[in-house]
Design a protein around this ligand. Structure first.
Ligand code: SAM
Length: 276
């Protein structure tokens, strides 16, 4: 079977039920603590309105939803159903983060690992415009791409095991960069699912974006953001956990890049999720 014959995006459609098994919400506690720290530094107080683009099942958001009034947007109806079940108080909209306009502004806009689904510079630029269009004056935009061009080393193989009740899932992920000249990589996901005596194999393929830090900074600036990088140590991760933090320039000020590695304190000693 050729890679291109493997169907794409099944994890956010008919395989969405696997998400809480392979990435349980509790695994996001450490990451969410980093997001909370950046929100507090940006003076986003308890009760403030926050918007997450590409909210998925709302696993990261589930650790923030009690503190903030949250709204989420996602392309996938199946993922929105999962998010609704986990986060009953969160307002949800089906939409494309590259073009959605909710017609109101938020104290913070969050773009967690859905950032990885922006595969071209145009996709990325349009999503940053969406973030800017939804941010109130003085607000904070936070993005967390899974990979940067400088740090991705492919082909990379990762495996993990998960269980929930009588369900066992062995997950194998193969990430590679078929064309180093473009801004995307390809990830093959294999799920070996055992329930009772039956074992099935499910395959899925995802095309993810791969941009350099300089590309991110340039596109942040084009959308009107000053960008700063906050790096946190996170248990279970072999590299710092990096959040790109954007603030809109004051009226009349030329937005620019203010890159800097600001090593953060580990907000809580928690493990990071394994996959995907
Ligand atoms: C890895 S999941 C997000 C998981 C989420 N961060 C969490 O904590 O549960 C990625 C999500 O991005 C969504 N997505 C991908 N492209 C999108 C787009 N253009 N607009 C909106 N959502 C998108 C997918 O439907 C999927 O739900």
């Amino acid at each position: 079977m050729r890679f291109e014959d493997i169907p794409q995006g099944r994890l956010y459609a008919e395989l969405a039920w696997l998400m809480p098994v392979i990435t349980p919400p509790q695994d996001y506690a450490g990451e969410a603590a980093c997001w909370r720290a950046v929100l507090r530094e940006g003076r986003v107080g308890a009760g403030a309105e926050v918007l997450e683009l590409g909210v998925g099942g709302g696993h990261n958001l589930s650790h923030l939803a009690a503190e903030f009034r949250a709204t989420g947007v996602d392309l996938s109806a199946s993922m929105l159903d999962l998010c609704r079940a986990l986060n009953p108080g969160v307002e949800l909209h089906r939409g494309d983060m590259r073009s959605v306009r909710l017609g109101r502004r938020f104290a913070a806009v969050l773009l967690h690992d859905a950032a990885s689904y922006l595969t071209t510079e145009d996709d990325l630029a349009r999503t940053l415009e969406t973030a800017a269009a939804h941010l109130a004056p003085g607000g904070v935009f936070i993005a967390a791409p899974d990979h940067f061009a400088e740090t991705f080393r492919g082909p990379a193989l990762e495996t993990s095991r998960h269980s929930q009740g009588d369900l066992r899932v062995q997950y194998v992920e193969y990430a590679h960069d078929p064309d180093p000249e473009d801004t995307s990589i390809e990830v093959l996901m294999t799920f070996i699912v055992t329930k009772g005596r039956e074992t099935r194999v499910e395959l899925d393929r995802h095309v993810l974006g791969l941009f350099s830090r300089a590309d991110w900074a340039r596109l942040f600036a084009r959308a009107g953001f000053r960008m700063e990088t906050r790096a946190f140590p996170l248990a279970g991760l072999d590299r710092p956990y990096e959040l790109l933090v954007g603030t809109l320039g004051a009226p009349g000020e030329t937005p620019g890049e203010a890159p800097g590695e600001t090593p953060g304190e580990a907000p809580s000693p928690s493990t990071s999720r394994a996959a995907p």
